[in-house]
Design a protein. Structure first.
Length: 813
């Protein structure tokens, strides 16, 4: 699964509750694995008669399972309480006794089975769905770009809301999915398409997933879809999009076969499934790695959007593809080890980009993960392997990259191959990965797992350097302290995570001198340690952790000359970013400014130029502006965007003349959005006209319109309110802007906002409630309560009325 980043922050996803336990138990890999008394073998799932008004359908599931105990006289499947069974019969067609308890179905075999016996039975039911639980029914709803459709979402425990099954990841099965849908609709599912039979106004598609996988990966998408066919080594690779999007599909997806090839080669495991489909759907949170049939959000970039490296092609596609090995082929046995799915899926795109584009592209990828990880650590520090862990994506990716650094490429990938081969088509926990490394390399990495998988936090180093000269010889002494605190508090259940007092890792120190670099390996393993390095002349540069082998935070107050030397020489992007931040804190230092100005224009990788441009925004205009003006001509849109943003903050006479042509005609949407903001800031009298132009300029993911909407909020230009209201149709941000202007005291905006609680479009009503929750309540909770109170009685739609009532109660708490 991959959730779009801004959706994560907007929806404040709640982590599952943690149960009380000791840390020792926490480290037990199977603590959270569910026990059951049978082995699920196969399900034949038949669905038909989908009704969008009542969110219902007809279902029938033939289940084959093997008893894992003697006197097997009852069995429990997970089955949503809304599924109404009309019959449960055995293989001979005889009715079986059953009972229902909440979301469980108990089936009593006609006679008790023995250990190892096979049972087959069929559940026929009328399926009803609380929309969004297991299945999501979507109507056109007055929106453009939204055909009527249905999509499933199983992870973590939602597939039993649409068919009875064992809904936990530690039991794999094969399955068939047979769907009867309207003639104009496609039904995409897992495995191979066996048949597609037309009958009147419908057709029936039979999909066969004949290699076992976990039940949360069973999937179905029903929609009018165009199919674009591609392949990798004879395996079908298909892209299903709305017909209106099919022209953008090839450009977006055509790298998939190459990614399949790279992943197959790196892991030594050839793509393991019959086909790979990617299907786009509406209102999706991001992507879901349903086995051989990934589901993706319908945000296909247009041709221009590629200038801004869209998240979709950079992360989403390679992330979900990686799950076909990590998650689908080898699956976490329980959700407390979910980092084995998500950490690897988040790690692998960096390997793909590194393989294709080189070391800088790889470091670029993990630097982004590092920033995300530190943000999460700021909220709460949790171990990778823990129930509801909040950092499994970025920390998982960073720890695996660190493990690769430690083991080296060949030993790392050989270990990963062992892990995949040992647990093929089966499950694993964190210790299984450690054992795969042990079996492959002979290294027992229990210390690494203890620090990075089972405990929380990361090392925070404070380094001080002293250089002694005596009798012509020089000694550099580094005082290295680990300052992270083991001070995490127990939560309400008594659960407390630990942070290592001292992380143990090998690292390299590189010292520049007039006669060349001196390189020394050290083991970091103590709260405080000293390292002395003999030199033949005074140091000109000191790189602590050359090559960035350790996930860390670093404080090291160095002379500007050391930093500028490092910036000019160090190939590693993490180290460069760290140096740039350090230089950026010295805005009155001419040498720091000159180094950043040089890097902003001439660094050999675009990201370094971006970061240097950003860091210049606190420097005097005389130092920063010439370099930023030059950076506006960079071939990289990211550099141009960073330069105009920084120039806008630096100010000066050139901002207007620089921003105007960028806003008018830069090929990048992001640069035009940045230029709009710069124009509004630099020229208040001209702001209205620029905003009006921005509001009517279409762009991918509404980048330019969103910049205009944010500018309206900034300058509080309420004359745009009717225009904002008219934009509510297809975008979410205008609703939030009404709420934000309302929070600033505009009653007209508040009236319009309340009106959308009765909008005929369900999606708009949901956006409106979100605007009350996140924007209005975020800025003025008392006002949000007053407004909702007065609106709630007048809401004509039951779903919205109830949700508004719930929100009101929540806000009043
Ligand atoms: Zn994922």
């Amino acid at each position: 699964m991959r959730i779009a980043r801004f959706l994560v922050s907007a929806s404040l996803l709640a982590a599952p509750a943690l149960s009380a336990q000791s840390n020792a138990e926490l480290m037990a890999n199977d603590h959270y694995t569910r026990s059951h008394d049978y082995d699920l073998i196969h399900q034949r799932i038949t669905v038909s008669g989908f009704n969008w008004d009542s969110t219902s359908f007809n279902g029938s599931v033939v289940t084959t399972l093997v008893a894992l105990r003697s006197a097997f006289d009852s069995l429990i499947l997970d089955e949503g309480a809304l599924l109404e069974n009309t019959s449960v019969v055995d293989r001979a067609g005889h009715a079986l006794k059953t009972s229902r308890h909440g979301d469980s179905l108990v089936v009593f075999p006609a006679k008790a089975a023995g250990f190892g016996d096979t049972l087959v039975f069929t559940v026929t039911y009328r399926g009803r769905i609380k929309n969004g639980s297991g299945l999501t029914f979507i109507t056109t709803d007055g929106m453009t770009h939204r055909p009527r459709q249905i999509w499933s979402q199983g992870e973590d425990h939602d597939n039993h809301f649409w068919f009875p099954t064992y809904d936990f990841p530690n039991d794999k099965m094969t399955w068939e999915l047979i769907a009867t849908v309207d003639r104009n609709d496609m039904a995409v599912s897992n495995g191979r398409l066996v048949s597609d039979v037309k009958q009147g106004s419908t057709h029936t598609l039979t999909w066969n997933q004949d290699r076992p996988s976990a039940t949360y990966l069973v999937s179905l998408v029903v929609a009018p879809l165009a199919k674009i066919h591609d392949s990798w080594e004879g395996i079908p690779v298909d892209y299903y999009t709305y017909h209106a999007d099919s022209a953008n599909a090839w450009r977006l997806f055509h790298e998939t076969p190459d990614m399949i090839g790279v992943y197959s080669q790196l892991t030594g495991v050839k793509y393991p499934w019959d086909k790979y489909a990617q299907t786009t759907v509406a209102d999706f949170f991001g992507g879901m790695e349903n086995v051989s049939a990934t589901t993706l959000v319908d945000w296909l970039p247009d041709a221009r959007a590629y200038a801004d490296r869209p998240w979709y092609s950079y992360i989403l596609i390679p992330h979900e593809l990686a799950h076909q090995w990590f998650g689908d082929y080898v699956t976490t046995n329980n959700w407390a080890n979910m980092w084995l799915n998500e950490g690897f899926a988040e790690f692998m795109p960096g390997q793909y980009w590194g393989t294709r584009l080189g070391a800088h592209a790889e470091q670029d990828y993990y630097l982004d993960e590092y920033r995300q990880y530190l943000g999460i650590e700021g909220d709460r520090s949790m171990p990778l392997a823990s129930s509801g862990s909040n950092n499994i994506y970025p920390k998982g990716a960073l720890v695996l990259e660190m493990l690769k650094h430690y083991l080296g490429e060949r030993r790392f990938w050989a270990s990963i191959h062992t892990y995949l081969a040992t647990h093929a088509l089966s499950g694993a926990t964190s210790d299984d990965l450690r054992q795969a490394v042990l079996a492959t390399t002979g290294e027992n990495l229990d210390w690494f797992w203890s620090e990075w998988v089972y405990q929380a936090g990361y090392p925070q180093f404070t380094v001080t350097a002293t250089s002694d000269t005596a009798g012509g010889s020089h000694t550099l002494t580094l005082d290295i302290k680990q300052t992270q605190q083991d001070s995490l508090k127990a939560d309400s259940t008594g659960l407390k995570y630990t942070v290592p007092q001292a992380f143990r890792m090998p690292a390299t120190i590189r010292v520049g001198t007039a006669t060349g670099d001196v390189v020394q390996q050290v083991w970091l393993d103590a709260r405080e340690q000293k390292v002395s390095i003999p030199l033949t002349s005074a140091p000109t540069m000191v790189i602590f952790d050359d090559g960035n082998a350790v996930l860390k935070r670093l404080e090291f107050n160095e002379p500007t000359a050391w930093l500028t030397n490092q910036l000019a020489q160090d190939a590693d992007l993490w180290n460069r970013a760290w140096v740039i931040e350090a230089l950026g804190r010295r805005p009155t230092d001419a040498a720091a400014g000159a180094a950043l100005a040089n890097a902003a224009q001439h660094a050999d990788y675009y990201l370094t130029r971006v970061q240097a441009a950003q860091a210049l925004d606190t420097f005097p205009a005389a130092v920063a502006a010439p370099a930023l003006m030059a950076a506006l001509k960079d071939t990289s849109a990211a550099v141009r965007g960073a330069a105009i943003r920084a120039l806008s903050r630096v100010g000066g006479a050139d901002v207007l003349s620089a921003a105007r042509p960028l806003f008018a005609s830069d090929p990048s949407y992001d640069v035009r959005a940045a230029a709009l903001a710069a124009l509004v800031r630099a020229d208040p009298p001209g702001a209205h006209a620029v905003i009006a132009q921005g509001l009517s300029t279409p762009s991918y993911r509404d980048a330019i319109q969103s910049a205009a909407l944010r500018a309206i909020f900034g300058v509080n230009d309420t004359t745009f309110i009717p225009k904002i209201d008219s934009m509510v149709a297809d975008q979410q941000l205008p609703v939030h802007l009404l709420a934000a202007l309302g929070a600033k005291g505009n009653t007209h905006a508040l009236d319009l906002l309340a009106g959308h609680l009765n909008d005929s479009r369900r999606t708009v009503r949901q956006w409106t409630l979100q605007a009350y929750r996140f924007t209005l309540a975020g800025q003025n909770k008392a006002l949000a309560v007053t407004q909702l109170k007065s609106a709630v009685d007048g809401i004509r739609f039951d779903d919205t009325k109830q949700a508004a009532g719930d929100l009101l109660k929540e806000l009043q708490k």
